[in-house]
Ligand binder design. Sequence first.
Ligand SMILES: C[S@@+](CC[C@H](N)C(=O)[O-])C[C@H]1O[C@@H](n2cnc3c(N)ncnc32)[C@H](O)[C@@H]1O
Length: 450
Amino acid sequence: MALPPLQLKEDVRDHLQTSFINDQTVSELGKHKCEEEFLRLLDQLGSPPLFTTLRVNIHNSDCEHIIPLLQEEINKQCDKRGICHFDILKHHSLKDVVVIKNRGPNLNLEQSEKEVIVDLACGMAVLRGADVFVQGIMAAHPGMNENTLVSVFADVEGACRKGFVKQFTGRKIFIGNGVAKFSRDKIFTVNGMRGVGISMTHPLYEAPCLSDILPELVFPQNLPSAVCVHVLDPQPGELVLDMCAAPGGKTQHIATLMRNEGRIVALDKVKQKVKRVEANVQVWGMTCVECYAFDATEACRDGAGGSPPYPAGMFDRVLLDAPCSALGQRPSSFCKMTLPSLRSFETYQWKFFTQAVRLLKPGGTLVYSTCTITMAENEGCVAHALKTFPNLELCPQIPHVGGPGRLCPGLTADQLAKLQRFSPAREEGTDPTVDNDTIGFFIAKFKKKS
Ligand SMILES: C[S@@+](CC[C@H](N)C(=O)[O-])C[C@H]1O[C@@H](n2cnc3c(N)ncnc32)[C@H](O)[C@@H]1O
């Protein structure tokens, strides 16, 4: 293993393990297999997916036109970095997704004694193809000048102080080699330094760097997020609510599938983040979206009007891409979350869920999704929803490229088959594919009975 498994606080890990290795899973697979699967899951979460996916703008163009343009941009980038080109292919079933196979891990890289330490978020972005931006650099070897070859490490536990001079001996992981764009002095003494600080010429994992590539034509997005909006299946002319919209990737996708016809209400609690949603829909020329900074747990109020809150029974479709513990994100080396904060998501999500059900028209569609792996935030939430709201019916999903829901109390085999869980712990011996080597993600689709 080139990278260590995801490290969790002990009680969080125990909690997860107990819910994963439950009576149902043990009787189906046996305890040993369940334990192995859990370890595989933590291993995979520690490494980046081997595929990069981008959603393309099929409102103004199509894959046939966009792939050559994208190929040209990415080839230029590869030539600049001195790495081989990547092939870009259409996804086998999603008409608006293209796929790039990354490379790695490169286990033959020699490490330089000139080390650069970057913060964990920066390190995780590098593992998915980014360069090191100056803001992410925590420490650098005193002999680092412009064009010095350096080895880059991520500070796993956030223990390195900015500008630390000696060699950092805390927990760190090697993420590749690169060339410094500035001297150490400049990075730590000149105010307001920005831009690429280390160009990653030999990263542990090679993937294209996608920031700002053809923003009006492509949107880098994890595959399950794109699947989620296809499952919602919004139609031109409908009234759709995106309850937790920022940064707006799914809002942009909903607008595209609606061919910019109809009305989408996009809410997010954080005002600054709402600007990102606006920018992401504008860059694709979408004008059917209204964005509001609003607390979606209070989005339904009788007698309300044209801006939030809204009256019950108003929306044709609701997407609840809920705030969650985000334990499906990859790569992820270390999670500081405590057990009480992990557990707090279940109650928080329920507040959104009850509002979503009220806001939906009879006959309307609700899609609930998370980017986490816990049972309580996923299958547990669905079981609770079906018990609480007899007027909700669980629906099959199209497309269904992930696996079924995970065995748990309260859901039948038929119901689990209607859920879509993307689990990075793919079965032992199976090759990674774009559909099984993803972030951890969960989708449930409901219909409100008339
Ligand atoms: C999983 S992210 C949504 C990602 C988004 N759907 C996308 O695809 O780009 C969850 C979002 O919920 C927002 N959020 C958290 N609490 C909220 C609340 N009470 N009301 C509305 N949005 C909230 C967060 O700010 C965050 O942007």
